[in-house]
Design a protein around this ligand. Sequence first.
Ligand code: SOE
Length: 372
Amino acid sequence: MTTNVSRFGATKLGSAFVGGGFMAEVHSRAARSAGGRLVGVSSSSLASADRAASRIGAEKAYDSFDELLSDPAVDVVHICTPNTTHASLAAAALRAGKHVICEKPLATSVADALALVELAALSDAVATVPFAYRFHPMVREARARVRSGASGRVLSVQGSYLQDWLLSSDDDDWRVDERLGGPSRAFADIGSHLCDLIEFVLDDRIAKLAALTRTVFGDRAHHKEITTEDIVSVVFETRAGVVGTLMISQLAPGRKNRLAIEIGATVESLVFDQENPEYLWIGKRVGSQLALRDEAALDPSAARYSVVPAGHAQGYQDAFNSFVSDTYCAVRGEEVDGLPVFADGLRAAVLTKAILDSNALGEWVSLPEHVT
Ligand code: SOE
């Protein structure tokens, strides 16, 4: 892999993007903010790669993904294409010796996700999946409080991830189509973020779950006979014995991107809401507090992700920038804590399968301990 030396003398990593939609824009802003050189874009056609390259300010459009992979100026490949293409693109990028950031779901089957984890382990590449909500400072603060024991013993968790952008049958998107999105939609798309965040903050794993899924609209504007789910509800227990519930819906009026977790522990409750990410509610029997991000008061592991001074609101793109920045730090050989890697993408695939199996069987499903 070649790297590019910036005029400041620092090593600039060459970033390339596959796909030209909303997520490619988010990735490209983050890559630029992490000091990446936006080398190029490949998409479904040269014309759409060209449009995406000028929109995000990348140097060139590639005619094909192969051309992107054979460009020695590319160090990191950002995969931002429809879900069912992720696994083969990520595998090709790893085989070409590139570092990879692959959008979630990493793969739409456990077998494919496992194969990618194994392939990444055989290379010296950094291979990450953007579970970017881990990079909100108040999430890190919650994690630090749980880890240090300040919150006491965790007893319960209540999580929800609610959106309304698919609320009506007129709303449509490639994600509803199993052939592009994979067999699970609401869970793989947003429920996976929720479970990742819960397991990350608790440093624990869901051990067994019972799920109920619902496809409200079998027909949408451009898709018929839709099988992917709009709503998922889950009851679960973790390995440490924490009991929890989840509600995941893409048909929740007024909720735009509301990922919320409430942890109930013996000393305090902790509530994080990604539509209000500057705050952590620390609930106590006496003296509850709505804590505003203030780096002076945060655990150092959380203060690291406070990127503008307290009182100057930071949010989604900042968390994403921090994720890409940490990925690039890892590429440069620096140690970073809590980077979501391909094994975390595999974990999401395992959970997704458990959700679909539990719904189909109408039974509790235990998660395999040995996989992740
Ligand atoms: C759409 O549901 C979406 O863009 C997801 O695909 C992202 O992962 C989530 O962060 C925001 O919502």
